[in-house]
Design a protein around this ligand. Structure first.
Ligand code: ZN
Ligand code: ZN
Length: 356
């Protein structure tokens, strides 16, 4: 973990920062090992502080590495002033996507003689290449997602509601050891499967439906994120064709992934194929995203993405095709990009399964 702090400092120097305020809980876990729900980190050129409230005194003592622990009653910002952790003339970087406006305003009031520098993705960037231990956790999360699928599949049949299926996914995931919900599972059937991020409803599965099921599992904080689409009874020909195209788009992108590629290059592999199959307009989202302690992270795989995919990055590959009013299909796997190629972390068949 010290190595991670060194990489943050390198980024800080490059950005001209004298100190950096960490407010994302995920990043506090990544840098210091803290798994609680309230904390703040401050990294300077030679010191690290971790601030949390008294509820987490014992937990912080047990978990936090690489930083001096500061316990407060209520006011998380007080130590910055009282202990002069931030000083006149400092260039204080903060996480623009994670620092609340309320805390930012308070900081501004406390310190009128420092420069605040908004940063984006500073930690996300250093967290892209995964260490062996992180890869082991991601592999475990992927295997868990596969085991969940094996157990949930027999439950999917006509007459059960989307919410029933979602509940089964959550239950099985927990029983198999998933620590928390990576995110609320998406179970969208029939015309609702055309909504890429539809919420599960009380709709009952019917013959002719496609059902898109997108869910996660978490091992040691690291997430798997998978999607499978099943047919209830014989599907309309249009959906069957779309399924075949999405499946091969997923296969092609997984095979093509190599270190050094740009996010947009990998996206194009799947997009070109779906275009050739006649589904240009119907693939209306990005190919995938980085995966780690956060479910949606860097690198982004989309038509606009300039992110480079380094060796040991873990990304999702999730092409989809959607027909409003009829239905949709998405297949999502998690992929480790290795020095020489790649490895699929989610051991699940991509064949179309038709249930009764
Ligand atoms: Zn997903
Ligand atoms: Zn995803």
């Amino acid at each position: 973990m010290q190595d991670r702090i060194d990489r943050v400092r390198k980024q800080m120097r490059a950005a001209g920062l004298t100190s950096f305020l960490v407010s994302s809980l995920t990043h506090l876990r990544y840098l210091f090992g803290f798994t609680g729900s309230n904390g703040m980190g401050l990294i300077t050129s030679d010191l690290c502080f971790f601030v949390t409230d008294w509820r987490y005194r014992d937990q912080a003592a047990e978990e936090v590495r690489n930083a001096e622990i500061v316990i407060v009653r209520r006011d998380m910002l007080a130590p910055l002033k009282d202990r002069q952790l931030v000083q006149a003339g400092d260039q204080l970087g903060f996480e623009a996507q994670h620092l609340s406006f309320r805390l930012f305003s308070q900081l501004h009031k406390l310190f009128d003689n420092i420069k605040f520098v908004a940063t984006e993705h500073l930690i996300e960037k250093i967290a892209i290449p995964k260490e062996p231990k992180e890869i082991a956790s991601l592999r475990r999360a992927g295997a868990m997602a596969g085991a969940v699928w094996d157990q949930v599949l027999p439950f999917i049949r006509r007459g059960v509601t989307e919410m029933d299926v979602a509940a089964e996914v959550l239950y099985r995931a927990r029983k198999l050891g998933s620590e928390i919900e990576a995110f609320d599972p998406i179970v969208a059937s029939g015309p609702r499967s055309a909504l890429p991020h539809g919420r599960s409803s009380q709709r009952r599965l019917q013959p002719g439906d496609f059902v898109v099921i997108d869910y996660g599992c978490v091992a040691e904080g690291y997430a798997a994120d998978v999607t499978r689409t099943v047919a209830v009874g014989e599907p309309p020909a249009k959906l069957r064709d779309a399924y075949a195209a999405v499946k091969s788009a997923c296969e092609l992108a997984c095979e093509a992934a190599r270190p050094g590629m740009k996010g947009s290059d990998l996206d194009e592999v799947a997009r070109k194929h779906l275009e050739a199959c006649g589904f240009k307009e119907e693939f209306n989202h990005s190919l995938g995203h980085g995966l780690g302690l956060d479910v949606h992270s860097l690198p982004r795989l989309g038509p606009e993405s300039k992110d480079i995919i380094p060796a040991n990055a873990v990304v999702t590959i999730e092409p989809g095709v959607y027909f409003p009013g009829l239905g949709g299909v998405r297949i999502e796997d998690d992929l480790l990009v290795t020095e020489t190629g790649n490895e699929v972390l989610t051991p699940m068949s991509r064949e179309l399964i038709v249930v009764e």
